[in-house]
Write a protein that binds this ligand. Structure first.
Ligand code: OAD
Length: 244
C-alpha cells in the first residue's frame, strides 16, 4: 500500500492515539460481521435478535444465537490486526482502544487499556439482581440459563435501544476529545454513539484514519481511508513506523 508520508509522520510523532474497532477486525479470525453477507443467523439479522424486545418475547431464541456465537468465537484466535493494536498500546504515551466487539479477541491478543463499549459475550448478568458472572460452560447447556435466584440470565452485552455503560462512555468520549490520532478499523459506522466519534475527534483537531475493505459514512470524515483488510494493512502500517 502506498501510504502518504504526511500520515506516517503523524503516526511517528503523535503521543496520544485512540483506536476504535468494529466486527471487521475479527472477520479474518472467522467471526462473522453483523451486516456482512455472513451476518445472518437462521434468517435473522442482528438487529432483530440483539434487542430487549426479542429477549423478552423469546429468550430461548436469543440465547441460542448467543450460544452459537460463543461456540464459534471460542474456537478462533486473534489475528495480526488485533496483535498490532495490542503492540500500539506499548508505544504511545496515551492509548485507548474502544471496541464495539463483544468477542474478547482484543484481550486475548494482549490489549489492556480498552473500553468494551458493547459489553462482553463471555459474561452474563442476572436480569433481577444485576450481578455479573462468567459462564464457564460453552455451550451453556439448557437454554435459557437461569440465575440461582430463579430469574433469567442474559448476556452482559448492550442491546439496541439500551444505554451504554456510563463509565466506559465517559472514558471513551474524553479520549476522543484529547487524541492526536483516531484510527477506526472495521466498522460500518452505522451504530451510535460510536458512529459519531470520528466527527467529534476531527472537530477536536485529531487526524482521523479509517481502515476498511470498503468506503463507509466514516470515509466522508476521515483524513485518510486505507482500503483493504485490517490484517494486511495494520502490520504494513506498523512496519513503516520507526517507533516499533
Ligand atoms: P458491521 O457488520 O456493521 O460492519 C463491519 C465492517 O467491517 C464493514 O464496514 C465491513 O466493510 C468491514 N470489514 C469486513 N471485513 C473487514 C476486514 N477484514 N478488514 C477491515 N474491515 C472489514 O459491524 P460493526 O460496525 O461492528 O452492536 O457493527 C456495530 C454494531 O452493530 C455492533 O457492535 C453490534 C451491531 O449490531 C450491538 O450488538 C449493540
Amino acid at each position: 500500500m502506498n501510504f502518504q508520508e504526511e500520515m506516517l509522520e503523524k503516526f511517528r510523532t503523535s503521543r496520544n492515539i485512540v483506536v476504535v474497532t468494529g466486527s471487521g477486525i475479527s472477520a479474518e479470525s472467522g467471526v462473522p460481521t453483523f451486516r456482512g453477507a455472513d451476518g445472518l443467523w437462521k434468517k435473522y439479522r442482528a438487529e432483530e435478535l440483539a434487542t430487549p424486545r426479542a429477549f423478552n418475547s423469546n429468550p430461548e431464541l436469543v440465547w441460542e444465537w448467543y450460544d452459537w456465537r460463543r461456540q464459534l468465537i471460542g474456537k478462533v484466535e486473534p489475528n495480526s490486526g488485533h496483535e498490532i493494536i495490542a503492540r500500539m498500546e506499548d508505544y504511545y504515551q496515551e492509548f485507548l482502544l474502544i471496541t464495539q466487539n463483544v468477542d474478547g479477541l482484543h484481550r486475548k491478543a494482549g490489549s489492556n487499556n480498552m473500553v468494551e463499549i458493547h459489553g462482553n459475550i463471555w459474561r452474563v448478568r442476572c436480569t433481577h439482581e444485576e450481578t455479573i458472572t462468567y459462564l464457564e460452560e460453552n455451550p451453556i447447556g439448557k437454554l435459557p440459563p437461569m440465575c440461582e435466584c430463579g430469574a433469567l440470565l442474559r448476556p452482559d452485552v448492550v442491546w439496541f435501544g439500551e444505554s451504554l455503560p456510563i463509565e466506559g462512555l465517559v472514558k471513551a468520549e474524553k479520549a476522543i476529545r484529547e487524541c492526536d490520532i483516531l484510527l477506526v478499523v472495521g466498522t460500518s459506522g452505522y451504530v451510535y454513539p460510536v458512529a459519531s466519534f470520528p466527527m467529534a475527534a476531527k472537530a477536536a483537531g485529531a487526524m482521523v484514519v479509517e481502515i476498511n475493505i470498503e468506503r463507509t459514512p466514516i470515509s466522508l470524515v476521515a483524513d485518510f481511508t486505507l482500503l483493504g483488510k485490517a490484517g494486511d494493512i495494520l502490520p504494513e502500517l506498523w512496519n513503516r513506523n520507526p517507533k516499533k
